[in-house]
Design a protein around this ligand. Structure first.
Ligand code: ZN
Length: 234
């Protein structure tokens, strides 16, 4: 039986294509016993989580509203459009990994909370899947391709325009390109958070082509996600 995709909040065709590919031909294939429904929703999960896997309901929930408000990538220098998009892809594969864990070890269903080992496994899988997307595609969607996420981001960018005109202009001109984040901010944050040493960041940037857009040095999705994977690979 095919996995059903239930759209309560339209995330745009590109994301629906990624979900379809994942469950039909990709990493989510063969999980029919664990996942029968993927629900796309908006601001309905508790605790602001971006997603959840409910084994009893055989359902994965992806919360688009929380993919926007979760600042994980934004805090490290991603544009707000890239931040939401990265969260959406990461969340899909993170939850698919939990379903895979259950298919390999059915006894996990009795655990009230998964132990750290399974969370770490799902987190790394989310990052690596995002890295794979960035290598094979890497183009950040335009706001008009993001459905309700695009509409919500448009509103907040409009509100920000008066106080941060330059940043918003850069953000808008980066949509539809492979540019995802600010190089200087990304490097600084990784060092400040202790996620990478100055030497590691320097080494990672050495081979990177630097793209200039306006006055900002921007890095591509692939470079950005790659740095994040490196920082999390410990
Ligand atoms: Zn998890």
């Amino acid at each position: 039986m095919a996995v059903q995709i239930t759209v309560h909040a339209y995330p745009g065709q590109r994301f629906l294509d990624i979900i379809n590919d994942a469950v039909n031909t990709g990493h989510g294939e063969g999980l029919e016993d664990e996942v029968q429904n993927i629900v796309i929703t908006f601001d309905s999960l508790l605790n602001g989580k971006t997603g959840a896997f409910l084994p009893d309901e055989k359902t994965i929930i992806i919360d688009i509203g929380h993919c926007i408000t979760n600042h994980y990538w934004l805090d490290r220098g991603a544009t707000s459009i890239a931040n939401a998009w990265f969260n959406m892809i990461y969340t899909l594969f993170h939850e698919l990994k939990h379903a895979r864990q259950l298919s390999e070890r059915p006894e996990l269903v009795q655990m009230a909370h998964l132990t750290d080992e399974y969370e770490t496994d799902a987190r790394e899988y989310g990052f690596l899947s995002l890295e794979e997307w960035s290598i094979n595609d890497g183009v950040i969607p335009e706001l008009d391709e993001l459905g309700v996420a695009g509409e919500t981001l448009k509103e907040s960018l409009n509100q920000l325009y008066a106080s941060a005109t330059e940043e918003v202009d850069i953000e808008l001109s980066a949509q539809g390109t492979n540019l995802a984040g600010y190089m200087a901010k990304t490097a600084t944050t990784l060092v400040e958070n202790g996620e990478m040493s100055v030497e590691e960041v320097h080494a990672a940037f050495i081979d990177m082509a630097v793209n200039s857009l306006g006055n900002q040095n921007m890095i591509t999705s692939e470079q950005f996600v790659n740095l994040r994977c490196l920082a999390n690979a410990s």
